[in-house]
Design a protein around this ligand. Structure first.
Ligand code: TMP
Length: 208
């Protein structure tokens, strides 16, 4: 059976994921890969409908546990209908956020229990996990400034600096625990330098 390659992009607000994903997709397509670009929450019609509930409204509209359950309902639909079929036909899947966002935002940033999140990963993803995760890291304050200038998923941006500092630390902890899967990319740098760092890492992994 063909098996594709699953890359997730992670990081706080304003880390520059979308630009970098677009650049990587263009480069991989030019090299002849079948590339699927997708995002979370969302990526399938059902999951995009759930996204509307998650990214709009007041910061306290949902508790972290409720958010976790909505994220996983959306994620399951996305995995079943988009990610697994793409990987099965041998595509490279570039996903803007995946399961680590729940660990960071609802777990480290909020108070959703790590045991709940681990159990959902186990039962809901059933093995569909990224081959490579690129964590775009930058100080929370700078990311929030960038995100505000751009306008975007306002509900999570409005949760305050302390929340965003906790989730940044959460991401760095994930990378420390899973160094085989995760690579931290310095994102407080020139946009072309970030692209070059990502290209190097992806090329090395795809060659393996
Ligand atoms: P984005 O499309 O700008 O990245 O917005 C999605 C927002 O949803 C972002 O603020 C992060 C948040 N989020 C979570 O809190 N948990 C998750 O599991 C995912 C995928 C996203």
């Amino acid at each position: 059976m063909t098996q594709g390659f699953f890359i997730s992009f992670e990081g706080g607000e304003g880390a520059g994921k979308s630009t970098q994903i677009r650049r990587l997709a263009e480069r991989l397509q030019a090299a002849g890969h079948d590339v699927v670009v997708t995002r979370e929450p969302g990526g399938s019609p059902g999951a995009e409908a759930i996204r509307e509930l998650l990214v709009n409204g007041a910061a306290d509209r949902w508790s972290p546990v409720t958010e976790t359950l909505l994220m996983y309902a959306a994620r399951r639909d996305h995995v079943e209908r988009v990610i697994r079929p793409a990987l099965a036909r041998g595509a490279v899947v570039l996903c803007d956020r995946f399961a680590d966002s729940t660990r960071a935002y609802q777990g480290a940033g909020g108070d959703a229990p790590a045991s709940l999140i681990a159990s959902l990963e186990d039962h809901v993803l059933s093995g569909t996990v990224p081959d490579l995760t690129l964590i775009l890291d930058l100080p929370a304050e700078i990311g929030l400034e960038r995100a505000e200038a751009r306008g975007g998923a306002a509900r999570f941006e409005s949760k305050g600096l302390a929340f965003h500092e906790r989730l940044r630390a959460g991401y760095l902890e994930i990378a420390r625990r899973e160094p085989e899967r995760c690579v931290v990319i310095e994102a407080n740098a020139d946009i072309d330098a970030v692209t070059a760092a990502i290209s190097r890492t992806v090329d090395q992994r795809l060659e393996r």
